[in-house]
Design a protein around this ligand. Sequence first.
Ligand code: NAP
Length: 339
Amino acid sequence: MRLLVIGGTSFVGRTIVGEALGRGHEVTTFNRGLTGKDVDGVEALRGDRSTGEGLRQLDGLVFDAVIDPGGVVPAHVLRTARALAGSAPFYAFVSTTAVYRTWNTASVDESTATWPGVADEEGDPADFEKLPFHKRGCELAVEQTYGPDACLIARAGSIVGPHDNLGQLPWWLTRTAEGGRVLAPGDPGRGLQLIDVRDLSAFVLDQVEAQAGGIHNAVPDGPNTTMGRLVGNCVQATGSNATPVWMDEGFLFSQGVQPWAELPLWIPDVPDTAGLRAVSGTSAKAAGLRTRPFGESVREVWEWLRSGGEVRTAPGTPPFGLSGDKEQQVLAAWDSREK
Ligand SMILES: NC(=O)c1ccc[n+]([C@@H]2O[C@H](COP(=O)([O-])OP(=O)(O)OC[C@H]3O[C@@H](n4cnc5c(N)ncnc54)[C@H](OP(=O)(O)O)[C@@H]3O)[C@@H](O)[C@H]2O)c1
């Protein structure tokens, strides 16, 4: 197939490009040349999707499908979809499960109510507060332009894998590799639902190849690891002498440790987060999503980091990770509490 990937140089887009080339497709990428390098083997076009002028590069080109993994501003996605509707019959968009109103508090499936979105809304790509509304607006922009049968909306949950551009799993790997006593949060049995970027990419391409329209939560169908296994996998993958020190959540809150932001992927047992591991992946599974064992993702992210891989976040992305000083203070407070 002749595929156009908008972006394609950072994480999800980059992985989709690699998988598509591996499957023998011809891939054109379209980006500004600011983020990462083009994957070898693509035809790389430079342009800015945020303006009609920028998209002119695509005039006269014909594709079998467009894949848009990184769109975050509805008006930009609407412009892109309109520019390509006559020259590419299928549009695949990578969205997020944060479009559901209750995404963090309750279990959700594709019929759950979403936040309102506006298909032609302009906005700042770095406005993370508005991301759920903006992503829903992007979905509407694609649906309204292509119609439901000619577009795929893949709503991803938290994504892990090589070329990670947020840095949550890389933070745990880097921290455990340093060794020593590692602050480990809450219940080690707490389930997590994390999709490997390569499984997400294969799923998107399967749907694109079949030109199968639809909306799917691109997540494992149920928790695919636990916090305890994640930390254990990190210790094993890095071969370090790290010893996890599991601390109860009440204690961590009393020490001012922030879930998710300071201890990435830590989902405490509070009502605000009850939905974070309860996204239905049934429809994606029925459509062909296959997920690899989580330990494999951990090993291969570590291999990527060891071979020089670096987490390069997009502008405005909030930083992750507890400082070494704060971790030592909390460990000391935990020890004195036990005496
Ligand atoms: N990470 C997670 O856990 C998670 C969870 C749920 C959903 N998601 C979704 O997954 C997607 C991840 O995308 P990604 O960053 O990995 O995709 P990507 O395609 O690998 O990278 C983003 C691309 O967009 C290009 N770009 C940015 N602004 C542009 C513009 N104005 N014109 C043309 N190109 C532009 C960038 O290149 P230039 O800067 O060079 O133009 C870059 O190539 C996001 O939509 C995110 O919402 C992520």
